[in-house]
Ligand binder design. Structure first.
Ligand code: COA
Length: 434
C-alpha cells in the first residue's frame, strides 16, 4: 500500500490547480448526473468569469445540479452542450443559450469514438481509492469507459459518499492526472407518490408483465408506479439504464432474482443511478449489481438476447399513426431521447418482449388531450410508428404491432379521454383513418 500511498499523495491537487489545466478551445467532459464533480466545476466557472480562456465546450449528458452556464457571462467562454434536455439545462436549451446533441443514449460512446474530437479533459466524482489502487465511478458507468480511453487529462474528485460499485466503473490511480477531495453527500432524487392516473397505468402494465421478465423502467411517474405493482411477481430481472428506488424494494422483497435472465444471470445491470441515500447505501460494495456502459446496457442487440424483456417509458404526445413525441412540447424542447428507442427496439428483438409507452390521456388539468390526430407542429418524434408496441393511458392498454393504420387509429382513440373522442374520430375520418 505504501507505493500506492506515495503515488496517491503525488497526484493530490486543489480544484483550482485542476481547473488551471483547461485552456482555450478545450473540450471538457464529465459523466452524467452525480458523476459531475461540483468542486472542479466551481473552480472552472470561476476561471471563466475571470475570462481566463475562451471557446471551452463542456459536454455532459445530464447535468442535474444546473451549473450557471446559461448566464451570458459564459458565452463564448464556457459553453455547455447538453445531451439530454431535462431540468435544469431545459431553460438554457429552450432559450438557445445551451446547445444540445441529438442522440440515442446507447450511441454516446460511438459518437465520441467516431464523430467528435477527443475530449481534452475528463473529470468525474469517484469513491475513495481501495487497497488495490482503484477508485470507482460509483453510480454512473454510462459513458466513463469511453472518456477514460479518449481524454488527454483525467481528474477525479474523490468523495467518500460515492458508493463503490462494480462493472465498468474502475479506474486505477496510475491512469489519472490528478485528484482533489470533496466529501459531500450525494444529491438525492426522491420520487413522489404516483398520482391517480399513474397508479392506474402502473397496475395495467404490471398485469401484463410475465413472471421471469427482465425489466427496464424509465423516467417519470408511470415507470415508478409500475415498480409498486410488481410485488406478486416471481423471478423478475433488471437490465435498466436508470436504477431507481422502486427497484430496491423489488430486490429486497425477493421479486427480483435475475434468475431467468439469458445473460448476466443473477445480476442486476444498470448504466446509472439516481435516487435516495438508501439507494446509494444499497449500491455500496454490492456485488450483485453490475454498473455497465450504455453501449452495453442500452444496446438493442444486448437487450434482445434477454427473453421476455419489458420496457416502460413515458411520453408527451401520441398521434393516430402511433408516432410518439417524448422530448418536446410542440416546438419547445422539454427532454431528450435518452434510452427510450434503445429499449423499445431491444424489447422488439427480445423473444416474448414488450415495450410500453405510457402517459395520462390529458395534460393541464384535463384541458388538453395528449392523443392528437397528428402531432402538434414542431413535435419531435422520439419513437417512430414502426417501433411502437403498447400504448397505455389510464383508460387501458392497446398493442399496435401487427395492426393496420386504421386498426391503430381506433385503438389509440379508445385510450383518449371520453370528452376528446368524437373530435378525434372526426379528424381521423379526414385523415382516412376511420
Ligand atoms: N401538452 C402540454 N403539456 C404537457 C403535455 C402536452 N402534451 N404533456 C406533458 N405536459 C406537461 C405536463 O403538464 C407537466 O407539466 P407540469 O410540470 O407543469 O405539471 C410536464 O409537461 C411533465 O409532464 P409529465 O407527464 O408529468 O412528465 P413525466 O415526469 O412523467 O416525464 C417525459 C415524461 C416524457 C418528459 C419523460 O418520460 C422523458 O423525458 N422521456 C424521454 C426519455 C426517456 O423515455 N428515457 C427513458 C430511458 S431511461
Amino acid at each position: 500500500m505504501s507505493v500506492l500511498n506515495d503515488c496517491y499523495e503525488s497526484k493530490r491537487m486543489s480544484a483550482d490547480e485542476i481547473a488551471e489545466y483547461v485552456k482555450s478551445n478545450y473540450i471538457c467532459v464529465s459523466p452524467s448526473c452525480l458523476g459531475e464533480p461540483p468542486m472542479i466545476l466551481e473552480a472552472l466557472t470561476k476561471r471563466a468569469k475571470k475570462q481566463e480562456f475562451e471557446n471551452v465546450k463542456y459536454h455532459c449528458v445530464f447535468s442535474p445540479k444546473g451549473w450557471d452556464f446559461t448566464n451570458e457571462v459564459y458565452k463564448n467562454r464556457l459553453e455547455h452542450i447538453s445531451w439530454f434536455t431535462a431540468n435544469p439545462a431545459r431553460k438554457g436549451v429552450q432559450s438557445g443559450i445551451i446547445d444540445y446533441m441529438p442522440n440515442h443514449y446507447s450511441c454516446v460512446p460511438k459518437y465520441w469514438n467516431e464523430f467528435i474530437d477527443n475530449p481534452d479533459v475528463f473529470f468525474a466524482v469517484v469513491s475513495p481509492m481501495d487497497k488495490h489502487g482503484y477508485f470507482s465511478f460509483g453510480v454512473t458507468a454510462s459513458e466513463v469507459k469511453t472518456f477514460k480511453e479518449k481524454a488527454k487529462y483525467i481528474f477525479l474528485e474523490v468523495n467518500k459518499y460515492m458508493p463503490r460499485t462494480f462493472g465498468d466503473t474502475a479506474i486505477h490511480i496510475s491512469e489519472i492526472t490528478g485528484f482533489c477531495e470533496n466529501h459531500v453527500p450525494l444529491a438525492e432524487a426522491i420520487s413522489s407518490e404516483p398520482n391517480e392516473n399513474e397508479a392506474k397505468m402502473g397496475k395495467i402494465i404490471a398485469e401484463l408483465v410475465p413472471n421471469g421478465a427482465t425489466l427496464q423502467l424509465g423516467i417519470g411517474g408511470v415507470p415508478n408506479a409500475v415498480g409498486m405493482y410488481l410485488k406478486n411477481k416471481k423471478d423478475i430481472g433488471l437490465h435498466t439504464e436508470l436504477f431507481t428506488d422502486s427497484m430496491i424494494d423489488l430486490i429486497e422483497c425477493g421479486v427480483v432474482t435475475n434468475k431467468a435472465k439469458n445473460i448476466d444471470k443473477d445480476f442486476t445491470v444498470a448504466a446509472f443511478a439516481w435516487g435516495s441515500k438508501r439507494m446509494y447505501d444499497f449500491m455500496d460494495d454490492n456485488v450483485s449489481i453490475k454498473m455497465r456502459s450504455v453501449d452495453y446496457v442500452n444496446n438493442p442487440y444486448v437487450i434482445g438476447q434477454l427473453d421476455n424483456f419489458v420496457s416502460v417509458n413515458s411520453c408527451i404526445e401520441i398521434d393516430l399513426f402511433g408516432q410518439v413525441a417524448s422530448e418536446s412540447i410542440g416546438t419547445v424542447p422539454f427532454s431528450g431521447s435518452g434510452g427510450q428507442v434503445d429499449f423499445v427496439r431491444g424489447a422488439g428483438l427480445s423473444k416474448g418482449g414488450k415495450s410500453f409507452i405510457a402517459m395520462s390521456s390529458t395534460a393541464k388539468g384535463g384541458k388538453i388531450s395528449k392523443i392528437k390526430p397528428v402531432l402538434t407542429t414542431g413535435s419531435i418524434v422520439t419513437t417512430g410508428k414502426n417501433d411502437v408496441d403498447y400504448i397505455v393511458t389510464e383508460n387501458g392498454a392497446v398493442r399496435l404491432k401487427g395492426k393496420t393504420a386504421k386498426e391503430r387509429a381506433k385503438l389509440i382513440i379508445s385510450l383518449a379521454d371520453e370528452k376528446f373522442r368524437d373530435e378525434l374520430i372526426f379528424e381521423g375520418k379526414k385523415l382516412n383513418l376511420i
